[in-house]
Design a protein around this ligand. Sequence first.
Ligand code: DP6
Length: 396
Amino acid sequence: AMAAERSLAMATCTAPVNIAVIKYWGKRDTDLILPINSSLSVTLHQDQLKTTTTAAASRDFTEDRLWLNGKEADVGHPRVQACLREVRRLARKRRGGSEDTAALSLSYKIHIASENNFPTAAGLASSAAGYACLVSALARLYGVEEELSEVARRGSGSACRSMFGGFVQWQRGERPDGTDSLALQVAPETHWPELRVLVLVVSGEKKPVGSTAGMQTSVETSPLLKHRAEVVVPERLAQMMRHIRERDFEGFGQLAMRDSNQFHATCLDTFPPIFYLTDLSRHIIALAHRYNAHHGHTKVAYTFDAGPNAVIFALADTVAEFVEVLRRSFPPATNGDQFIRGLPMGSAVLSQELVAAVVAEPVPGAVQYILHTKPGPGPQLVDDPSQHLLGADGLP
Ligand code: DP6
C-alpha cells in the first residue's frame, strides 16, 4: 500500500495494441464513448508492440503534467481528464468515502510519462494501447482493482479492448450511462497458439481523417452504417465467436476480410466520403485473394483500420511463404536488412506456379517493413523500479 507519508508514489504498467476483426465504427454517445455496435479484436503481443506508462503522485508536485515519448503534452485533454476522474472516483468508492489517511491522497498532483516501443512515425501510434496503459498505471497507483475497461473506454473506444489479452469483445451495452458497455475476454492468447499476425508498415503515409471525427460523420450520413450496426454486426459477432472457439481459420479469415471491407464501404458511404484504403491497400487485398485462390482455401486474411497499414492474419505454417510473396511483390527499397522484424521465421522457396499465379508487377519500396507478431496478454505491471519512466524527482 502507498502510504501518504511517502513523498512520492509511482506505478508503471505496459499495455498492448489490439486489431479489430469485427470493427467498431460509430458512437451513440460521443461524450461517454458508447458505440452503436459491439466489436471484437485480437490483442497483439507486447514483445513487438506496447506502450509503457509511469504514473506518479506527490505532495510536492505543483501541477499535473504529461509526457508522451519524452515530449511534454497537454494533460488537460478531456479524454485524459475523464480517465483520471474515473479512476479517482473508483478509488474514493473503494475507500468507502472515509478519508483513509494511510492511502495515497487523491488530491496530490500527478506526473505521467508514456512511451511506445515502436516508431511513432509508423502510424502504429495507438490510442488504444496508450489509454489502456494510462488507466492501468493510474489504477495501480491508487490501488484500484475494479473493472477498468469501462474507464479505458472513456479514453478511446478501442482502448477498452486492450484491457484484456487474447480475443476480446467490447459489448455495446444498453444502458444510457454506459455501465454495461464493457470489454470481455472471449478466449486467452493461449487458445490459438498457431495464429500469427503480420503488420505491413506502409511507406510515406499522410495523415488521414481521424477515427473520432470520421465515425461521427458516418453516423450522421451513412445508411449502410445503420444497417451494419443493426443487422450485420449482431450476426457476425456470433459467427466470429464460434470461429474463434473452434479455431476455424477459414471462417475467421473470411469474416475478418468481409468485416474490414464493410467498414471501408461505410466510409465510402459517408458523405462527404472518407478514404482510408489506398492503391497499395487494394494491391495487398488483391494479392491475398490471389494467394488464397491459388491454394484453394483461406490461408491469409487482411484487415485495415483508419490508416494505410495492413494487418494480415495467418497460421504459423503459412507465414514464411506469404512473407516471401510479399518480399517479391514489394521489394525493400534499401538492402532489406530490417525488412522483416519481430518474431523469427523460417525461409521459403516459391514454386514457379505460385509466382506466376500470385506475384504481379512488383512495387519496390511500397512496404517499409513487416512486423511479425502473434496474440498476446493484456496490461502488465512492471515491478522493476529501474523501468520507471520518471525519476525520483518525478521528471522523465
Ligand atoms: C477503425 O477507438 O480510435 O480502429 O473511440 O473516437 O477514440 P475513438 O475511436 P477509436 O476508433 C477505432 C476505429 C477502428 C476500428 C476498431 O478498432 O474497432
